[in-house]
Design a binder for this molecule. Structure first.
Ligand SMILES: NC(=O)c1ccc[n+]([C@@H]2O[C@H](COP(=O)([O-])OP(=O)(O)OC[C@H]3O[C@@H](n4cnc5c(N)ncnc54)[C@H](O)[C@@H]3O)[C@@H](O)[C@H]2O)c1
Length: 414
């Protein structure tokens, strides 16, 4: 099948493009390279040295003999080009990763809030309207987030896959209904994903667009068998305060002798999935699209849940790194449960990579190998959810001293 990977230069999109190409699918990456521009804005780079997109694609062709197409296009700002592109490329399926994906970045300033809404909401709506206007019957797979359910909304009750069965009281007794699970966004970024869900419900019902929405947990790990085939294909690894997700941050902190920074009590529970399982889930979703006229199919794309302080303890026990508690910049309960159903992917053949299996490899092969590229000034989260909240920076001076030589001299970092 011909698959368009929107956002195919990013952390999830790049390994997905290579995985599907390796499986024999025709693949075209569409990306506006905005994530690389945000690196410049934040003055930080991926811990792993990622190559320009043209070089990545040339190297993939050399090592695999397979060609991946590339179109530089902004989904949010170029709806007409997008509408013309679809009938020109005639994709069988589209995977939509092309959104601003960091909650802390979305809360950084009024400008970044506006950018996240403008970019994500317009990108998704432009895509849906382009599919309809161009008469393109491609199955759409979108990357959503576990965060649409909110953290702590359901206590210990398992979070269902997208839809909730409710009883509606009527004069004739209770009537059972299945409704879209109530949205409870915890940041402007999560807000855009809940708006995406409503757009999907509308376009599936009104225009019979075939849509799968993957409510994904935090992706950890860096390499897939394809990205590991040549160093120039390496996937990105974000470790900075805005884009670095919690587990990657801990691994990199441990590698340079920096304390593992836990926000608040660390009692927040989060759901995780390894990058190798993520690409496999996308393939499974592409193989099992809904029928035209069906409501959007929702999968919870997660394999395990952990409390943040337990993760810190685990990484600390593997590496000897100490743990430091900093103020939590987010507005959320200190402790929460997260019990998630993921029966559909398991039933369709997913065999999860567990934290216990992959963590040591990640410590050695990525965080250890590239630690000389770390800029330690970028590690601490500086975005706060409301003006006036205490920032982690306020406590920075209280952190135990980090090993000064382990990050290497500044000249080696870039
Ligand atoms: N990384 C995770 O842990 C995680 C977890 C849950 C959900 N997700 C979702 O998966 C998707 C991909 O995440 P990621 O970690 O790969 O993010 P990323 O920022 O690394 O990749 C996103 C890609 O989309 C591109 N892009 C953004 N806006 C665009 C636009 N308007 N037009 C064209 N291209 C555009 C960027 O340049 C980038 O290459 C996101 O939608 C994110 O919300 C990611």
């Amino acid at each position: 099948m011909h698959v368009l990977i929107l956002g195919g230069d990013g952390f999830c999109g790049w390994p997905t493009a290579l995985h599907l190409s390796d499986r024999g699918h025709e693949v075209t990456v569409v990306d506006n390279l905005s994530r690389r521009a945000i690196d410049l804005e934040l003055e930080v780079e991926s811990l792993t040295p990622i190559r320009p997109i043209g070089e990545r694609l040339r190297v993939w062709q050399q090592v695999s003999g397979r060609e991946i197409g590339f179109v530089r296009l902004d989904l949010a700002a170029e709806p007409e080009r997008l509408t013309a592109l679809l009938p020109a490329l005639r994709p069988d399926a589209i995977v939509h990763f092309a959104e601003q994906r960091a909650a802390p970045y979305s809360m950084r300033s009024t400008t970044s809030k506006r950018y996240t809404i403008d970019n994500n909401v317009r990108a998704t709506h432009n895509l849906l309207s382009a599919l309809v206007q161009s008469g393109t019957d491609a199955a759409l797979v979108h990357l959503g987030t576990m965060g649409v359910y909110g953290y702590g909304w359901s206590g210990s009750a398992p979070i269902p896959e997208g839809y909730l069965t409710v009883k509606v009281p009527t004069p004739d007794g209770d009537v059972e209904r299945e409704i879209l699970h109530p949205a409870s966004p915890g940041s402007v970024y999560h807000l855009t994903k809940t708006l995406d869900q409503l757009m999907f419900a509308f376009y599936a019902a009104n225009d019979r667009v075939r849509i799968t929405d993957l409510h994904q947990g935090i992706v950890w790990g860096t390499q897939t068998p394809q990205t590991a085939r040549d160093e120039r294909l390496v996937n990105r690894f974000d470790y900075d305060g805005d884009y670095g997700t919690v587990l990657n941050r801990f691994l990199m902190q441990a590698a340079i002798g920096h304390p593992l920074t836990v926000h608040g009590s660390g009692g927040q529970t989060r759901a995780f999935i390894h990058v190798r399982d993520m690409v496999r889930c996308i393939e499974i979703a592409l193989e099992n699209p809904p029928a035209a006229g069906d409501r959007p199919k929702v999968f919870n794309q997660v394999t395990e849940s952990h409390r943040v302080r337990d993760l810190a303890k685990l990484v600390g026990s593997l590496t000897g790194a100490p743990v430091a508690h900093l103020p939590n910049p987010r507005q959320e309960a200190d402790e929460n449960e997260l019990n998630v159903r993921n029966d559909q992917f398991l039933a369709l053949g997913l065999e999860p990579t567990t934290l216990n299996e992959g963590l040591l490899e990640e410590c050695r092969e990525i965080a250890g190998r590239y630690r000389h590229r770390v800029d330690p000034t970028k590690i601490i989260a500086r975005s706060v959810w409301r003006a006036g909240m205490e920032t982690a920076e306020d406590l920075l001076t209280e952190l135990p001293e980090r090993a000064p030589s382990s990050a290497g001299p500044a000249s080696e970092r870039r």
